[in-house]
Design a protein around this ligand. Structure first.
Ligand SMILES: Cc1cc2nc3c(=O)[nH]c(=O)nc-3n(C[C@H](O)[C@H](O)[C@H](O)COP(=O)(O)OP(=O)(O)OC[C@H]3O[C@@H](n4cnc5c(N)ncnc54)[C@H](O)[C@@H]3O)c2cc1C
Length: 397
């Protein structure tokens, strides 16, 4: 076994692990990121890329803690996208500079008065019809449209940018095939990976493995924190009609009936990706039933739209989060710190910077000093994980 000494090991190269890799490296720490499969290939590449400002959680008229924690995120990301933030994201593709919300149902009047409140100023804009996105310019569109101060980004380009500068620091290792070495006080001393014939010693270990955190904790005989999975059955329709839509559609309840994002494929086709209530309630439906439900909903809420050469498909994926009572949605980015390890879940892609800030702040409070420099000649002999492909790049085949 060759030994590598580093300051911090992060397990999991989703958006959380990647953001922390960048931030902690900037703070001067020596960091290694271990990824079992592909960069971003868990939840991150399947996310819709919406940098939420929390409006979705305030549609019942209550500005909850959830909507408070997330409200600064669009500005934070916008600064990074302009090259003026802590991480330079200028090379990331912005799919839409705003996310929209339209409503046809009985909630329309209630929402309009709620959005008019002072607390919502800067978060939502009323729009003149001439400024509507093309899809809502159609004469058959009769609903109310609001422009939310939220951005939609192309997640594959984000993963590329977050991993590009620090590629030598990201190695393909599945830690479930490794063994962990702990001292009698419960501190993790190292991880030994026999396949790669290396032992990595570190001062701190951060688990950012999404759904994979549960098996890592089980392997380490750690029973806290517990994880919850909230499953989704997402729908994709790949087609050749260039009609961008980035919007929540609100029906009679305060939860979006559907959230649609529009993605551009390398072969010139487009994919509409459906999340929201249809993905939550569709978990029990089989693929055919879920596609039928999405087609009916589309015909109801966007009756004037005809998608050319449409090919429908679905995917199952769960959101991995810290356990809450009654499977509720957690309110903010989460970490649990114990001995010399952290267990993390950002709970939203948008909150990855917030999680990273909290971890940097914790290490600064703990006065963690950078001590090591991993021998990159050793890591150079290890595999670098590939970038994950978006799910819709495989549809239509
Ligand atoms: C369908 C869907 C849509 C979403 N849309 C949005 C959205 O529009 N906006 C938003 O803000 N949030 C959204 N989210 C939430 C967001 O995607 C997640 O909160 C975020 O991506 C989680 O990132 P992560 O890095 O914690 O986990 P992941 O992206 O799941 O990454 C974990 C990584 O750890 C690796 N790993 C696992 N086990 C091991 C191991 N033992 N050893 C090494 N590596 C391991 C995995 O291979 C994976 O690459 C969405 C989530 C889903 C499921």
């Amino acid at each position: 076994m060759r030994e590598i000494n580093t300051d911090i090991v992060i397990v999991g190269a989703g958006v959380a692990g990647l953001w922390m890799l960048n931030s902690l490296s900037k703070q001067g720490y020596d960091v290694l990121l271990l990824e079992a499969n592909s960069i971003g290939g868990g939840q991150s590449v399947r996310s819709q890329g919406i940098i939420h400002g929390g409006i979705k959680y305030a549609l019942n008229g209550v500005l909850s803690q959830a909507s408070d924690a997330i409200k600064g995120m669009p500005a934070r990301w916008r600064a990074c996208l302009k090259g003026e933030g802590d991480i330079d994201l200028r090379a990331v593709t912005t799919l839409s500079d705003a996310h929209y919300l339209w409503s046809q149902g009985s909630l329309a009047a209630k929402i309009t008065s709620f959005f008019a409140k002072k607390a919502m100023s800067g978060r939502v804009d009323n729009m003149a019809k001439v400024d509507y996105p093309e899809i809502f310019q159609h004469p058959d569109f009769k609903g109310n449209l609001y422009k939310l101060n939220e951005i939609v980004i192309d997640v594959p380009s984000l993963l590329k940018v977050l991993s590009a500068q620090l590629q030598q620091r990201i190695v393909q290792i599945d830690t479930t095939d490794c063994s962990w070495n702990k001292d009698s006080a419960g501190n993790i001393m190292s991880v030994s990976c026999s396949e790669q014939a290396i032992q990595i010693n570190a001062q701190r270990f951060i688990f950012a493995a999404g759904q994979g955190n549960a098996s890592i904790l089980a392997q380490l005989n750690i029973d806290k924190p517990q994880m919850q999975l909230r499953p989704l059955h997402m729908v994709m329709v790949t087609h050749t009609t260039n009609l961008p839509v980035y919007a929540h559609c609100i029906g009679a309840s305060s939860k979006p009936l559907v959230t649609i994002t529009h993605h551009i494929n390398s072969d010139g086709s487009y994919t509409w990706y459906y999340g929201g209530d249809i993905a939550e309630t569709g978990v029990q439906r089989d693929r055919g039933q879920q596609i039928a439900a999405a087609q009916q909903l589309t015909a109801k809420i966007l009756p004037w739209v005809k998608l050319q050469n449409a090919h429908w498909s679905t995917l199952h994926i769960s959101r991995a989060e810290p356990k809450q009572s009654a499977l509720n949605r957690p309110d903010a980015a989460y970490y649990h710190s114990e001995n010399n390890y952290l267990v993390t879940w950002p709970t939203k892609l948008a909150l990855a910077p917030d999680l990273s800030d909290q971890v940097c702040e914790l290490f600064s409070q703990q006065q963690l000093v950078a001590l090591n420099k991993a021998d990159l000649n050793i890591t150079a002999n290890l595999k670098t994980p590939p970038l994950a492909e978006p799910a819709w790049s495989k549809t239509g085949q």
